[in-house]
Design a protein around this ligand. Structure first.
Ligand code: AHR
Length: 323
């Protein structure tokens, strides 16, 4: 009888343990809230960045994740120490949006040693594939090449380009600048100005174009590596009585395709806007849920992006935009 009782007792203990809920395959925590550490670039960098930050926060909240988001505010070294701190705090996942492409090896190695999946978002970092779990990024050189292909189709006789670059060393700036520089070399276009604006700053871009105009530098294309800087350039041209856009003397090429910017494409103020999709939140939630379920994930995912041309855009297209 005693023997029967101890067998029943052991069985009951085993059953109660099994009923405690499934361990997550990755975090190993019984139904504990998943904590995601996010190293973001800057809080108020651009309208695009605001949409990106909102997408991450909203998607993570909806998924029931706890989010620890920190901002580098233009300081790469600060981002590195913030990432190290999040690893020390043993977040379950580390999502990095790097101000700079280079210099992330030590952080990635530390995350790997701590067993924390390292996810790159928005901007690809210079890391070998064994040092990150997954990437959800834009192909910035491809974005730039779409702009070059459009400019080639304009068949302008004498192309003089003003390049307003983004934050120096970010993969967004590096990719877009590489595309226009190689496109200019291939087509015999002249780049009359090529400077990166710290923090993708709209005011800096406006001032740079105003100074160019005041110096008498001639140009007929503005290649602005985001919408805010394109708007700054247009403000400077308006102030100087220079026409631009669909029926103007200067072609305006922008990147990001914020909704307000597409209104400018529709109005003929911007000639072309190349999309850079900021809505990474849902994509990263899907990744984390797959990892939690022990599923294999796509290592390198580039988000789908399109271009918006003032000659083909419609009111319906603009109204349908979500950011
Ligand atoms: O990494 C994407 C870039 O960063 C966007 O084009 C720009 O607006 C943002 O600040």
């Amino acid at each position: 009888m005693k023997k029967l009782f101890s067998v029943v007792l052991v069985l009951m203990i085993m059953l109660s343990l099994a009923a405690c809920g499934k361990d997550s395959k990755t975090t190993g925590k019984k139904d504990k809230k998943i904590t995601v550490g996010v190293v973001q670039t800057n809080a108020n960098e651009s309208d695009w960045r605001t949409a990106n930050t909102d997408s991450l926060n909203n998607a993570f909240k909806e998924a029931g994740f706890e989010t620890k988001m920190v901002f580098g505010e233009g300081d790469h070294a600060k981002q590195i120490s913030q990432a190290q701190q999040l690893i020390q705090e043993e977040v379950d996942y580390l999502v990095v949006l790097g101000l700079q492409s280079a210099g992330w090896e030590d952080v990635a190695k530390a995350a790997k040693e701590a067993g924390i999946p390292f996810i790159m978002a928005d901007r690809k970092l210079d890391l070998s594939e064994d040092l990150y779990t997954a990437m959800v990024c834009s192909d910035f050189e491809a974005e730039g090449n779409k702009a070059v292909e459009w400019l080639e189709k304009q068949a302008l006789s004498d192309v003089k380009i003003v390049v307003l670059g983004g934050d120096t060393g970010s993969s967004a700036q590096l990719g877009r600048s590489k595309a226009i520089e190689e496109g200019a070399a291939k087509n015999g276009w002249e780049i009359v100005f090529n400077q990166n604006m710290k923090g993708w700053d709209e005011t800096l871009a406006k001032q740079a174009v105003a100074d160019l105009i005041a110096s008498g530098t001639e140009f007929n294309v503005v290649y602005a590596e985001n919408d805010n800087m394109a708007r700054g350039a247009c403000d400077a041209m308006s102030a100087a009585g220079i026409t631009y856009g669909k029926n103007g003397d200067v072609k305006v090429i922008a990147f990001d395709a914020n909704k307000w910017a597409l209104e400018k494409v529709l109005a003929g103020e911007f000639n072309l806007d190349v999309e850079c999709n900021p809505l990474h939140g849902p994509r990263i939630v899907k990744l984390i849920n797959q990892l939690e379920a022990g599923e294999k994930v796509e290592k390198n995912a580039y988000v789908d992006e399109e271009v918006f041309d003032c000659d083909t855009i419609t009111r319906e297209i603009v109204d349908a935009r979500s950011y």
